[in-house]
Ligand binder design. Structure first.
Ligand SMILES: [Zn+2]
Length: 261
């Protein structure tokens, strides 16, 4: 009896996910590499075969800052998965794009790309990104939203210290402001700090409280004084830099774009 040789079946399980595209790179003349945050599996890197071809329907869904539903296959031990299908849910840089919005949203994508873990679901970070993009779509002034987003990203990554009490005398400082001692992750009241540390005045301290309680749309539409905005900016930039050990390229570009508004 002849022996039937059947070729080994490659085991390539398929998955379904919802995602926001963070970046894309060119892999070859016709293929792209896509980096995205998925609702279900955290950050994944995927190849998108044929997506660079001019008439590719796949390519149209995979621009940065689009929300998609996708099906992909993965092979054990391999870092890159392969996109089989994608369907556009929403393009955040679609019809109504302005330079400011593009810069702000690209900055959001760069922060998320840095802090989200590979293949590890982070549903709250995914929700935060969607909520910030959704409310940013309706806005014309972005600074409060940007501060909100940075601080929540730090919080969700466990990188934002509890600044409620003076670490020296125990006094509650969250209402009247404090000096942040960044390296120690502590706050000091006016008396104990004696001018050392990063000043967070009364309005900025109040804004930190509001950020913890409000949605991005609510906080983003509140007025935020120039001094408080600068104090929060210094705080979040120093914390991001200290923990991620990098400066964001998109941050500098965004800052220039927003200054011209
Ligand atoms: Zn004190």
């Amino acid at each position: 009896m002849p022996v039937l040789l059947t070729p080994p079946v490659l085991h390539m399980p398929t998955h379904e996910a919802e995602a926001v595209v963070l970046r894309q790179y060119s892999l070859s003349d016709s293929d792209l590499i896509i980096i995205m945050i998925t609702r279900e599996y955290g950050k994944i890197r995927a190849t998108a075969p044929g997506a660079k071809k001019p008439k590719s329907r796949l390519g149209a869904c995979l621009e940065p800052l689009t929300r998609i539903r996708l099906e992909y296959s993965s092979r054990e031990g391999r870092d890159l998965v392969q996109i089989r299908q994608a369907e556009l849910v929403h393009s955040y840089l679609g019809n109504n794009r302005s330079l400011e919005k593009m810069c702000v949203f690209s900055y959001f994508a760069e922060i998320v790309n840095e802090i989200v873990q590979d293949n590890q679901a982070n549903y709250t970070l995914y929700r935060l990104l969607l909520a910030a993009l959704d409310s940013g779509e309706q806005m014309t002034r972005f600074l409060p939203l940007v501060r909100y987003f940075e601080i929540w990203c730090l919080r969700l990554s466990g990188l934002f210290p509890n600044y409620a009490y003076c670490s020296n005398c125990g006094k509650c400082v969250k209402d009247e402001g404090f000096f942040a001692w960044l390296e120690a992750g502590q706050s000091r009241c006016w008396e104990c700090a004696q001018g050392r540390g990063l000043r967070i005045g009364k309005e900025a301290a109040g804004a930190l409280e509001a950020i913890a309680k409000l949605s991005p749309g609510q906080f983003g539409s509140k007025p935020l004084g120039k001094e408080a905005a600068q104090e929060l900016e210094r705080l979040s930039q120093r914390l991001l830099e200290m923990h991620l050990e990098k400066r964001f390229k998109s941050y500098r570009i965004m800052t220039e774009a927003l200054q011209e508004m």
